[in-house]
Design a protein. Sequence first.
Lengths: 292, 352, 353
Amino acid sequence: MAVTTSAPAAGVWGTIARGLTRTTSGIVGLCLVLSVLAFAFVGPYLVDPYNPTDTTAIWGPISSEHWLGTNHEGKDTFVQLVMGGREPIWVGVVAALITVAIAVVLGGIAGYVRGRIDHFLLQLTDITMTIPFIVLMLVVASFYRTSSPLVVSFIIGLVTWPFLMRSIRAQVLTLKEREFVEAARLQDLGTARILFVEVLPNMAGYIFINFIIAITNAIYAVVGMYLLGLLPSTADNWGLMIQQAWDNNAFLLPSAAPFLIAPMVMIMLFQIGLVTMTRSLEQTLDPRLRDR
Amino acid sequence: MIEQPPRRSRPATSPAPERRGPADRAGPPVLSLRGARQVFSTPRGDVPAVAGVDLDVRPGQVLCLVGESGCGKTTTARMAAGLAEPTGGEVLYRGAGLRGFGKQERAGFRRAVQYIHQDPYASLNPVRTVYSTLTAGLRRHGLAKGREQVRRAAIELLERVDLTPAEDHLDKYPHQLSGGQRQRVAVARALAMDPEVIIADESTSMLDVSIRVSLLNTLGALRDDLGVGFCFITHDLAVAKYFAWDGEIAVMYLGKVVEQGPTPDVINDPRHPYTRALVSAVCEPDPDLARTKERVRLRSADIPDLTDLPSGCDFHPRCPLYEQGRCDTERPPLVETGGRRLLACHVADGPG
Amino acid sequence: MTPKPPGRAADGPLLSVRGVDVGYRTGRRTRLTAVHDVSFDLYPGQSMALVGESGCGKTTLGLGLLRLLPRTGTVSAGQVLFRRKRGDEVDVRTLAEEDLRRFRWNEAAMVFQGAMNAFNPVLRVEEHFLDTFRAHEHTRRPRAELLEESAELLEMVRLDPARVLPSHPHELSGGMRQRALIALALALRPQLLILDEPTTALDVLTQRSVVEQLTELRERLSFSMVFITHDLGLAAELADRVGTMYAGRLIETGTTRDLFHRARHPYTSALIGSVPPVVGDLHVPEPLPGGPPGIDELPPGCPFAPRCPRVTEECTATRPELRVLHPRDEGLSHAAACLHADGAELSTRGGHP
C-alpha cells in the first residue's frame, strides 16, 4: 500500500465516497453491505420477534409459514436469522474501531516522535503479537463467563492492533520527511497538531480501508468464538446458530440445512461486500493501482 | 500587512523595532552564519557538505547563493533556517547564537526566519485547503483571533502575494492550483509568521519562465515594502541577477564561498575563474549574443568528489588559470579585495 | 551556432509534418486533443527548437512524431512524412509495427527527458548499446564489433568508454548520463534526433558541455534536430529556427533571429521578454500574467487573448491561423498566428535590425 496523499483532496469523505462509487465492484460491494446491514438492523422491526420453542415442529421443512424451516427446538430459522445479525456486526465494528484507534495513535506517535517511545511501543507490539488469541479467549471465558458483546469486542480490539500499528508507523515515517510536514514545523505548529492534523489525514483512505479489513477480521473472530463455544449462548446470533447446528448434528439432516447454511451465507455476503468495497477503494486511493 | 494582531514579542534580549522600513535597511544583520560547517557521516567517509561559511542577511537586503548542485548551498540554507544543526560554527540570530537560545527565544527565531521549499507540489499539504494552510500558524500563535479576523488576515496574505481575487482561492485545495499559485500560497504561509528573513531554496526553479518573473516581483515587493531580508538560493544566474541586483551574490563551490560581492560587480566582472566559467556558460536568450559571447573552457568537466577533495584550491583540477606549485598545494583564503568584494583565489587579480 | 552542414535541400524536406493532431483518450468515450493542427517542414541539417510553457503540447508533439506516445495517445489526424535514407518517403503515422521499429533509431531517434529514467537501472551501459544495435539493425554482428562501435560513439561525446561501458547508469553523473544517452541515440546514425529538454536539470557547466557536444556532433554527422525546451537560452544557442507553441498549437515559427529579434506574436515576445540575458546591465523583464488555458477549455477566439496585452474584440471572436509574414525557402519562413502580426514589431530587445 502506498501512502495515499496523492488522492485528490475533495475532503477525506468525498474521496472515500468516490472510491466506493467509482467502479462496478465498489457499487456492488456497497449494495451488498447495505442490504446485509438493512437485513440485520431494520429487519428486526419488521418481523415478529416472538419465536417460541415448538417441539412439534423440530427441523421443519421450508414452508410458507417458516420461510427457512425450523431449528432443533422448532423455532423459526428466518426470524432467528433476522434477529441474529446485530450482535456480530456490532462486535465487529466496535472491535475494529478499537483496533484502529489504538493502531493509529500509537503508530502515529511511534513514527513521528521516534526515539525511546518508539522503541518501547515496538516492544509492546512484539509482546502483544505473541499472545495467542484463542487461548486468551479460553482463559477469559472460563474466568468471567462474559456474555456482554462489548467486552468481547474490547478483547478482540486489544489484541489485534499491532499489525496495523506497524504499517501505520512505517507510513508516518515516510510522511514526516515530506516537505509539507517540514513546512508545518517551520510554522511551529506543535507536535500533536502536526501529527494529527497534518500527517494522519493524509492516510485517511488507508486507515479507512484497514478499518473495514478489521471489521471482517473481528466478525470472523467473534463467530469463531461462538463456534468453539467460548461464549455462552444468549440472544440470537449468527455465530451461535452455526454452533447450535453443529452441536445438534444438523449437517447430517438434509432438512436442517437452512439452519446451518443461512447464517453462513449471511456472514459470507457481508464479508464479500466489505472486501469488494475495499478493493475498489484501494484502486482509487493508491495511484499505482489506479487504471489510467 | 496584518494589522489586527499585535506584533508578537521578540526574544527579550533583542527588542523588536516597531516597523522595519528602509531606515534600518543597512542595519545590522538579522541572521548570520559564522564558520558554519556541516559534515555528513556516510559509509564512504565524512562528506563536508559545507566547510565553513560566513554569511549575513540584512533586513530588506538580498543575499543570493549560487553554485552548481552539490556545492552546499541548500545545506547552508537549511542551517540558516535552523532546519539542520551545524556540526561546526554558529548560526546567529540578531547577534546571539542559536545554541544558547531558550525555548521562547527559539520559538521567536523559528517564526522570524521562514523557509520556502523548492517544490510547491510537495510543500503544501494535499488534504488541507489554502485557508487552513494559511491560518494554522496564525491561530496557533494567536496572531489573529475569531473567525472574521482570521479570514480577513488570510485574505490580506493572499493579496500580499498577488493571488487575487483572494476570496476565490481560500477554499481551494493545492491540486486545484497551478504551480505558480501554489508557490504563492507557500510564500503567503511564510509571510503569516511575519518573518524578518525568508530563505528561498530554488523557489522559482520549478516554475515556467513567465510565472517566475511575476513571482520574483512579488518577492521583491516583500523585500522593499516590508523590509524582509532574503537569502535566495538558485543555480540560475539570470534569476540571481534580477532578484539580487541591489544585493549581494555569494558563489559557492564544494562547500565554500569562493567569491562574494555586490551583484552587478560579480555578474559583469567575475574574478574567480569558477565564477567566470559559470557566467560564461549560461545560454543567453539572444542568438547574436550567444555567438559572440566569450566562453571559459574548463580543464575538466567533472566536479571532484566531496569525500576526496583535491589538495590546495578545490577548483585547481578544473581551473584554466591553474598555476602548478601554488594552486595545488595551498588553499587560497577568502579575502577582501576592495569594493566590498571577497575572493578566494591565488591567481585571479584584484579589482581592476 | 554551426555553419549549416552540407544540406540536400534540393531533395525536399526530411520531415514534413502536415496538419497533425495528437490526442489522448481520457475516459471510455472522451478524448483530449493536446496538439492541434501542427504543420512544418524540416530540411536536412536544420535544427529546430520547440518552445513554450509547460503543458503547451511540445513534448506530446515530439513523442507523436515518432509514435512514442503512451498507450492512450494517438496521432489522430494529419501526416508525418519522413524521407528515409534510401530516398523513399513514408508516413510515420501509417508505418506497420515492424517498419516502425526499424524506423526508430535507424532514421530518427529520441533523447528523453531525465536521462536517469531513460536507462534501465539494472543494465550496464554496454548492454544498452548492444540491445539497441540488436533491436534495430537488419544484420546481426558479433558482440566485439558492436562494443567497438559503442566505444567510438562514447568517444564522440568525450566519454571514456573503458570507464562508462561497464558502469551501471547510477554510477555516472547526470551530465555523463545525458551524453551517453545522446551517443546511444546516435548509434545507428539517424537522420533526425528529437531531444526532449536535453539540458533541464543539468548544472550550468554540464549544460554547456552538452551544448558544445551537440553542436560539434551536428557538424560532424550532419543530422537534423528537433529539440523541445522551455529554456529560451538553449533555443537561441542551438537552433537555426524556432517554433513557439501555445495551447497545443504552433503559433509562431521562423528563424532564430526572426523570433528573438522580430517576434510578431505577443506570446513569443512575452516569453523572450521574461528571460533577460545574464551579462550586461539589469534588464527588467516583463511578467506575463496568468497561465495558459487548459487544453479542454480553450476560449473561442485566439487562445492567448485572455493574457494578451494587445487584445482587441476581434481576437476573442476569431481564431487566427498561422500566416506567412516573410516567405523564405527551406521552411524558414517567418509565420505567426496573430491577427495583429502585421503591426509593429514586438521585439523586446532593440538594437538588432
